[in-house]
Design a protein around this ligand. Structure first.
Ligand SMILES: CC(C)(COP(=O)(O)OP(=O)(O)OC[C@H]1O[C@@H](n2cnc3c(N)ncnc32)[C@H](O)[C@@H]1OP(=O)(O)O)[C@@H](O)C(=O)NCCC(=O)NCCS
Length: 184
């Protein structure tokens, strides 16, 4: 498996990247459900100077990809998006992609990676709950309920829960904020 800059991929693999993203998040009501949405995400990664991505490729096939956004902070990048094609999961592909992103981040002087991982479908024990008041108490007790929710992956990759955005996707559908120190 090779980790390659996203922009170096052939157009057929960019189309495949959109397909992988759509399929990987098909269980989430808020993600890439509309026609052309995943393709627009790929086009934005390629055309927006604040966005970059890396791809995991094996024998000319795209296994998965990871992107990041350098927009909001001087020393922190947002990890977005991350998707591995279903037949290639649990083989360390995402772990390699995150490690490659971390190396890039360190080289760029970035200190912290952050991400938001939504729960709009019951992926964790927070789905459907009222999270105010004492939001951080709920954050401290979060658990994966559905194996499709990536919180277990991110924890295994060294990320920790730093907070919650209650009702970000509608009542009882929070975004979960996670962070990892990568430099300094
Ligand atoms: C989350 C995702 C990227 C993980 O990709 P992956 O290549 O299968 O992950 P890895 O093989 O590198 O996993 C590394 C470790 O993370 C943990 N892990 C990964 N997937 C997990 C799951 N579904 N449940 C529990 N732990 C998991 C395990 O500890 C695993 O090590 P192990 O296989 O030796 O037990 C993949 O499942 C995916 O594309 N999901 C759908 C899209 C998505 O949710 N993206 C994130 C949006 S915020």
């Amino acid at each position: 498996m090779e980790i390659l800059p996203f922009e170096n991929l052939a157009p057929t693999l960019h189309a495949e990247a959109a397909r992988i993203l759509r399929d990987a998040l098909a269980h989430m009501p808020s993600a890439y459900g509309k026609p052309g949405e995943a393709e627009a995400e790929v086009a934005d990664v390629l055309g927006n100077p604040e966005r970059q991505a890396l791809a995991a490729v094996e024998d000319g096939r795209l296994l998965g990809w990871i992107g990041w956004i350098d927009e909001m902070y001087s020393h922190s990048w947002e990890l977005h998006p991350l998707a591995v094609d279903e037949p290639h999961r649990r083989k360390g592909v995402a772990r390699r992609l995150v490690a490659a992103l971390e190396a890039r981040a360190r080289d760029a002087g970035i200190l912290t990676l952050w991400l938001g991982t939504d729960d709009d479908y019951g992926g964790t024990n927070l789905h459907g709950k009222h999270l105010f008041p004492n939001v951080l108490d709920h954050a401290a007790r979060i658990e994966q309920k559905d194996p499709r929710h990536p919180i277990a992956f991110y924890r295994s990759a060294g990320f920790e829960v730093a907070g919650l955005l209650p009702d970000a996707n509608g009542p009882g559908k929070p975004d979960i904020l996670m962070v990892k120190r990568v430099g300094g």
